[in-house]
Ligand binder design. Structure first.
Ligand code: 5GP
Length: 126
């Protein structure tokens, strides 16, 4: 299945520097910045620099270098916000919404890194 990437989405504009963001981390293939409407004391969005819409799109078409860089960037962000359980942090949650049922608002792959308080159940009951 082919994905059509909309290069006018808000995260594409952030990557191009057309709109500001509170940047936390930049690597060769990834970028991380704070969510504008945080749902937890720490709420960071990690995105690949490449034009990928969803996780499955990224998994299917990204290079191994992009995949490894992105996975490590997410781990680095968890470390930067002090949430790594292995370092005595209290832990974190990763969320990657995709498509309509996932309630994805921005059509550029992003992983939410949430931390800083107990985060409750994974999903709301229906
Ligand atoms: P989604 O619902 O697509 O998984 O999450 C999109 C996220 O992007 C939301 O948590 C929303 O607050 C965040 N967001 C939307 N527009 C902007 C923006 O212009 N800047 C930043 N930093 N975050 C944004």
């Amino acid at each position: 299945m082919a994905y059509a990437y909309d290069d006018q989405n808000i995260f594409a504009k952030i990557l191009r520097g057309e709109i500001p963001c509170d940047k936390l981390l930049e690597t060769e293939h990834s970028f991380a910045f704070r969510d504008i409407a945080p749902k937890a004391p720490e709420h960071v969005l990690v995105i690949p620099k490449g034009a990928y819409v969803t996780w499955d799109h990224f998994a299917a078409e990204a290079t191994d270098a992009e995949l490894a860089d992105f996975a490590r960037a997410v781990g680095k962000v968890a470390e930067m916000v002090g949430a790594r359980p292995g370092d005595g942090g209290n832990g974190f949650r990763l969320i990657a919404n995709a498509g309509e049922d996932g309630v994805q608002e921005v059509p550029h792959l992003h992983v939410h890194v949430l931390a800083g308080r107990p985060l409750g159940w994974m999903v709301q009951p229906r």
